[in-house]
Ligand binder design. Sequence first.
Ligand SMILES: [Zn+2]
Length: 259
Amino acid sequence: MERYYWFVFCQDELLLEADNALPYGSDSPVPLEPWHTMHRLPLLEGVPCRAVRIDAPVVTGGFRMVGLRQSYGVLSPAAYAMAGKAREILYWDANTKFCGVCGAPMRLHTDISKRCTSCGKEVWPALAPAVIVAIQRADKLLLVQSRNFKTDYMGLVAGFVETGESLEECVRREVLEETGLTVANIRYFGSQTWPYPSGLMVGFMADYAGGELKLQRAELRKGGWYDAAHLPRIPERLSIARRLIDAWLATQPQTGVNT
Ligand SMILES: [Zn+2]
C-alpha cells in the first residue's frame, strides 16, 4: 500500500508528530470526514504527499500543531517548501468552493485546477505578486517598519503589484508612496514563494536617486538610513527581506554582527 507524507492543516497550523516529524503512512493521521477534500501534492524525498484541511486543531495522540512560519525552524527546507505549497492549495480550495460565474459547486479537475459542475468555468490557484526592495544610498540602507510587523524589527519597502503594472513600475510606485523617494538602477535579486496565504515575493536592489525621506504613516511605523555597523533588529532568515539585507551587508566593508 502506498505511503504518504501528510500535510494536515487547521487554518495555518500544521500537524506534526511530537518529535516534529511529518506524519507518514497510508492513512490520514487523523480521521477524515466526507467534506474533507484530500489533495495530491508532488513528491518529497521520493515520497508522495497529501494535503488535507481539518476543522479543529489536534493536540492529543502524540501530535502537536505548529504554525507554518514556526515550522521553518523544525522542518527541512524541502519539507517547509512543501508545507507552504500544501497551505496554498488548501487556502485556494477553501476559497473556491463555488463558481464565481454561476454559483454552482466547483469540483477538483486536476491536482491544481477546479472546474464548475454547471458552466465548466476553470480556476487555478491564484498568486498575489509583491515586490520588495533594498534601497542603498552611499554606505547606508533604507530600513522601515511596516505597521503589519508584529515584532520590533526593521525590514524593507514592499507592496503588492497592481493590475496593469510591471514589477519595475511597482517598485518605483511603492517606494515613492511609502517614502517620498525616487530610485534608479533597479536590479532583480531573486524571488520567494510566500504562502501567507498565497504570495510571490520578487526582490530587487535599487539606488537612491532623489527626494527627502517622508514616511507614509498609514503604512509605516518608522524608518531610516542605516550603515552596516549600526543595524537594528532585522527580519528572520525565513524571508527574502533578510536575504536582500544579507546580500547588501556582504558588499559593505564593515559588517555588523547579526544572527
Ligand atoms: Zn459555473
